[in-house]
Design a protein around this ligand. Structure first.
Ligand SMILES: Nc1ncnc2c1ncn2[C@@H]1O[C@H](COP(=O)(O)OP(=O)(O)OP(=O)(O)O)[C@@H](O)[C@H]1O
Length: 385
């Protein structure tokens, strides 16, 4: 539905030139969203897919296993949108204290993303509200080190920013002037908690655009805006575990994604954005369910190959179980995780290598690192459309 611009333009002077900065109207859209039957069906499809994903976590013997892997995959994908070059195995190596062959800042950024997400979830679990203070804390964690450290971590911006272009005058988009950031964010916060706010999926869709339009931080707005979606879905009880991340979908459809952000601003067509978003939720949630099933099938098949090893099978299975939790590991971490001695773990690893379940990746005789290859391949797979 075309409503006209979803806000007003204010003329402001920045870097010596006069520009038109956009200040969005508070949510929800007026007139209300047109939930025609086709859109309603899409919404139902998205809810259903989320329900299936949520059910998976309730049924799994060990939901943390998936959470660990999905959170890290999301961190890699979301940071790749930002332009870092790290892969999932770089991150897992970094977490193992082994220097990967990628720029240190890149992998630290990904690692900060994991920390930011975990911080947000921990705060929500302890009963802290989903509020602007939490978003600032998440931002502080995300940018506390690496390239973002000079970009006012944890603070809303105090200067004018712009998107696209080399200066505000030729920018694709100029967000609200700095003195409007606080009131716009306060309105967004009120919307998140309004008694008559829409259901969680629609709310997350609207809030994400509004957040990107306000662009409250000097850097990291894309990443915090994507985290906001995951946090809303978790906070509103759609998913007990935060397993739904749209970074891959946004990355695969980046041009369309950016175009729709502009469209909402120019024409007030929130419905076009909502359709795109809900389609992404449905696809992503179904994909996550499928990945979970495939991981389970992989674990079962590999465990079945270990069983016939006879007397040593019990210890090999323990090491295998540790690798399911941490698919990149060394003998020390595996020994700590399993409680087995170093030589016992080394023997189990030999057996897993002979079965081609595990691969050594350093080529060295000391400080060897082992990877549960098929597991990592499966997680990496959807990242390469
Ligand atoms: N034309 C636009 N209008 C509004 N928002 C936009 C537009 N183009 C991009 N954006 C948003 O701005 C984000 C980028 O902002 P910023 O560089 O502060 O975030 P980031 O986390 O560092 O980067 P990225 O999102 O690329 O990972 C994009 O992810 C998108 O959500």
């Amino acid at each position: 539905m075309h409503r006209g611009p979803s806000g007003v333009y204010l003329t402001t002077t920045t870097l010596g030139e006069s520009v038109r900065a956009f200040v969005p109207n508070a949510l929800p859209p007026e007139p209300p969203l047109d939930m025609n039957p086709a859109r309603q069906r899409l919404l139902e499809r998205a809810w259903l897919a989320c329900g299936r994903l949520d059910a998976i976590t309730a049924l799994l013997p060990d939901p943390d296993l998936f959470l660990y892997a999905y959170v890290r995959r999301e961190a890699v994908l979301s940071s790749q949108i930002e332009g870092t070059q790290s892969s999932l195995s770089d991150l897992l190596l970094f977490e193992l204290d082994t220097a990967p062959g990628v720029p240190f800042d890149d992998v630290r950024e990904v690692s900060n993303y994991v920390a930011a997400l975990e911080h947000g979830l921990a705060r929500l679990r302890e009963g802290f509200p989903l509020c602007n203070r939490l978003l600032r804390e998440i931002h502080a964690t995300l940018l506390h080190s690496g390239r973002g450290a000079e970009k006012q971590p944890g603070e809303f911006r105090r200067s004018q920013n712009w998107i696209g272009g080399t200066r505000p005058g030729n920018a694709q988009y100029v967000p609200p002037p700095p003195d409007r950031v606080e009131p716009c964010m306060a309105a967004l916060e009120r919307f998140l908690h309004a008694p008559d706010a829409p259901g969680a999926l629609v709310k997350a869709a609207l809030a994400h655009v509004q957040f990107e339009t306000i662009h409250p931080f000097l850097d990291g707005n894309g990443r915090v805006g994507r985290l906001l979606i995951a946090l809303i879905l978790h906070h509103d009880g759609v998913l007990r575990q935060p397993l739904l991340y749209l970074s891959l979908y946004f990355k695969q459809h980046r041009a369309e994604y950016y175009r729709l952000l502009d469209t909402v601003r120019h024409t007030g067509d929130w419905e076009a954005w909502l359709d795109f978003f809900l389609e992404g939720v449905a696809q992503t949630a179904s994909g996550a369910v499928e990945t979970a099933h495939r991981l389970l099938a992989l674990f079962q098949a590999d465990a079945a190959r270990i069983q016939p090893l006879g007397r040593s099978a019990a210890n090999v299975l323990r090491v295998f179980d540790a690798l399911r939790h941490r698919p990149v590991a060394n003998i020390d971490t595996l020994a700590a995780h399993t409680g087995l001695s170093f030589p016992t773990v080394a023997r189990a690893i030999d057996a897993l290598q002979r079965l081609a379940i595990v691969r050594e990746i350093t080529g060295k005789r000391r400080d060897r690192v082992f990877v549960y290859t098929a597991y990592l391949d499966l997680l990496n797979e959807p990242a390469q459309p």
